[in-house]
Every structure is written in structure tokens, then in C-alpha cells.
Design a protein around this ligand. Structure first.
Ligand code: G3H
Ligand code: ZN
Length: 287
């Protein structure tokens, strides 16, 4: 059964570790992540961007696939199905489709409208037992058409949004979606520290988890980060393993072109990446 992300993230804050949000794109991604979470007895959040939801034919298809797969794989660890970087309309669709968690990015609206819409969505989530994430500042780079300037969040604005009653808060602290450029200045721990001091036990979310050095991940967790989003790194692992399979001509041997064989190295590579991240984030054995 899908669960809200609230309980798993509150436990993560108390236990000083982070739960990974791994974005899904298709059946192979979903299965690889669920199997790894179960094997490692780790809670997990499956992230779905609006673009990925559309690619998988719609949020209802995604919710039905995830629920059926959890049942048939006998998944016992806590799993949240979460809309990533959602619009107001996308949030409504995911609520109706049976997701257990949403992220609302209302930064395109004037602040009053953003607050009003956030409050409305919070009330719906409370009623349905779902969790909700809000974003303050902006995550740099681009993810599925969502482009951010990469401005660090204002800690006072974080406090204001946290006080509305969201369950988790994504704050821009110099993090970027996609690969980090060679001249990246790193995370702003000064900003993170100021945000944590004002927001207390609010689980903080670190987007752009691909390629952040281990010491920065650990420091971010020590300053209240309880959810870390990873997307690009699984895509890179999948692409790399698939390329090696094809370049080695394995698709030409026997029935190596059968999609069940062709997609296997990529699926195994995703499992290895997810395992590595869960170990780094400290969520292994926390289910
Ligand atoms: O929302 C999802 C993420 O923030 C993933 O970022 O693609 O850089 O790992 P990433
Ligand atoms: Zn993100």
C-alpha cells in the first residue's frame, strides 16, 4: 500500500538520515527501485515529473502500475508515490489518480495566489492523508521542461511557507538539476543552516541529487535534509549499461534483441545506483 511521505520523513529527521526520491520513467525504472528498496529494507519515494507522467500515458496509469507492482512483488517497505515539480493542475490530477504525495511549485504565481493555492492543496492533502512539498527559491538547471534560475532561498520565506503546514520543504541552496558544471560553487550551507534554524524539525528536501559529493550530502543531512531527489544519475547509469551491451554486440547474439534481455543491464544498473544512494543517505534498514 502506498503511504504519505510524512511519517517516513519525520523519522528520517529524528534519525539523522535521508530518504531517497528516485524518479520513474517506465516499468523497468519502477521495478528496479522497488526491488532495491525491499532488498535493503529502506523506505522510498517514487518521483513522477509531469513529463514522465505524460510519457507513461497519464497519472492514472502510473498509480495503477505502481500499486499492482507493489502487490505482485510483495513490497513491504513504505513507498510514497509523489508528483515532482507539480503545477496546480497536475497536483489536482495526481490527487484524483491516487498518488500519496505531491509537490506544488507555485512560483509562477504572485505570492498571494501562490499562498492561497498552497493552502487549498494542503487542506485537500490533510483530508486524504497525503503529504505535500513546497519549493522556495529555485533549483537551478532544467528538469523535464522545468527551468530554474538557481537562486538561494530566503530563510524567512521558507519559514512563512513552512508555517502554512506543508510536510516538507525544498529550498534552493545552490543545487542544480542535471550534471553539475565544473565551476559549480557547491551547496550554500550557510543558507541551509539559516533555514533549518527557522523551520525547526521540518524535513528539508535537496533536489538535484545527481553528482553532489558525498561529504556535502552528509553535511546537508546533518543540517536537516531528510529527502534527496535523484533522477539524472539513474538515467546515466541506464544509458551507459545499455550502450555497453549494444556496443559489445550482445543484442546480436542469440535473442539479445529481445527487450527483456536488452533492457536488463540498464535495469540492473539502476538497482546498483539506487543501492549506492540508499547506503549514502543512511536509509538502509530504516523501513
Ligand atoms: O526533482 C528531481 C530532482 O531534483 C532530480 O535531480 O536529475 O539532478 O538528480 P537530478
Ligand atoms: Zn527537482
Amino acid at each position: 500500500m502506498l503511504v504519505s511521505a510524512k511519517e517516513m520523513l519525520d523519522k528520517a529527521v529524528a534519525g539523522h538520515y535521508a530518504v531517497g526520491q528516485f524518479n520513474i520513467n517506465n516499468l523497468e525504472w519502477t521495478k528496479s527501485i522497488l526491488l532495491t528498496a525491499e532488498e535493503l529494507k529502506s523506505p522510498v519515494i517514487l518521483g513522477v515529473s509531469e513529463g514522465a507522467g505524460k510519457y507513461m500515458t497519464g497519472f492514472k496509469t502510473v498509480a495503477a502500475m505502481v500499486k499492482a507492482m507493489m502487490e505482485e512483488l510483495n513490497i513491504t517497505v513504505p513507498v510514497a508515490l509523489h508528483l515532482d515539480h507539480g503545477t496546480y493542475e497536475g497536483c489536482k490530477k495526481c490527487i484524483d489518480a491516487g498518488f500519496s504525495s505531491i509537490m506544488f511549485d507555485g512560483s509562477k504565481y504572485p505570492i498571494e495566489e501562490n499562498v492561497a493555492k498552497t493552502k487549498e492543496l494542503i487542506a485537500i492533502c490533510r483530508e486524504k492523508g497525503m503529504s505535500i512539498e513546497a519549493e522556495v527559491g529555485s533549483i537551478g538547471g532544467e528538469e523535464d521542461g522545468v527551468i530554474g534560475k538557481g537562486e538561494c532561498a530566503d530563510p524567512n520565506e521558507c519559514k512563512m511557507i513552512a508555517d502554512l503546514g506543508v510536510d516538507m520543504l525544498a529550498a534552493g541552496i545552490g543545487n542544480i538539476h542535471g550534471k553539475y558544471p565544473a565551476n559549480w560553487e557547491g551547496l550554500s550551507f550557510e543558507t541551509l543552516d539559516a533555514i533549518q534554524k527557522l523551520t525547526g524539525d521540518m524535513p528539508l528536501v535537496l533536489h538535484g541529487g545527481t553528482g553532489i559529493p558525498e561529504d556535502m550530502i552528509k553535511k546537508a543531512i546533518s543540517l536537516g535534509v531528510a529527502k534527496i531527489n535523484v533522477n539524472t544519475e539513474c538515467q546515466l547509469s541506464f544509458a551507459d549499461a545499455t550502450r555497453k551491451y549494444i556496443e559489445a554486440g550482445k543484442d546480436l547474439e542469440g535473442k539479445g534483441y529481445d527487450p527483456r534481455k536488452l533492457l536488463k543491464p540498464g535495469a540492473e544498473a539502476i538497482q546498483a545506483t539506487v543501492k549506492e544512494k540508499m547506503e549514502l543517505f543512511g536509509s538502509v534498514g530504516k523501513a
